[in-house]
Design a protein. Structure first.
Length: 147
């Protein structure tokens, strides 16, 4: 099924500091998350601010809700990034690739298959984005460190 994705060639650049600010904001804006601590949050960002935020008990469902809202709103997806609270799985990478979103970020870890897909198809994949640190696993040219 990897043959059905186009390589992402978007040259968006985002400061690491901005990514960390938005991951922090993700947790702060999650109403259900704050109440229960038992739901996942996903968001679409234009790299400067969060545009869409959705919550669901399932991490994949939260991402689906964001991407569904993108389709409803007819939002452009170039120079965007997906933020998610959950572990980055190959399924979430595939959803991101399908929509040609160049950056995927989580405070959690990616799976091995997620890393391989991200590398093969030009997706910048960032995990362990917490506090003042993040790990840029693939295609780091889009991330400005120290900016």
């Amino acid at each position: 099924d990897s043959g059905s994705y186009k390589t992402i060639k978007n040259n968006v650049h985002v400061p690491a500091k901005k990514i960390l600010e938005q991951i922090k904001e993700l947790g702060q804006k999650g109403v259900l998350y704050k109440k229960t601590g038992a739901v996942h949050i996903a968001a679409l960002s234009d790299t400067q601010k969060i545009l869409i935020l959705k919550e669901d008990i399932g991490r994949h469902n939260a991402v689906d809700k964001v991407l569904g809202q993108v389709l409803i709103d007819k939002k452009t997806l170039n120079k965007r990034m997906i933020l998610t609270s959950g572990r980055i799985t190959s399924e979430i990478v595939r959803k991101t690739l399908r929509h040609q979103i160049p950056i995927l970020v989580s405070p959690s870890a990616p799976t091995d298959l997620a890393l391989r897909l991200a590398q093969d198809f030009g997706l910048t994949l960032i995990g362990f984005a917490r506090g003042l640190r993040l790990n840029v696993y693939t295609h780091p040219q889009r991330i400005k460190i120290g900016g």
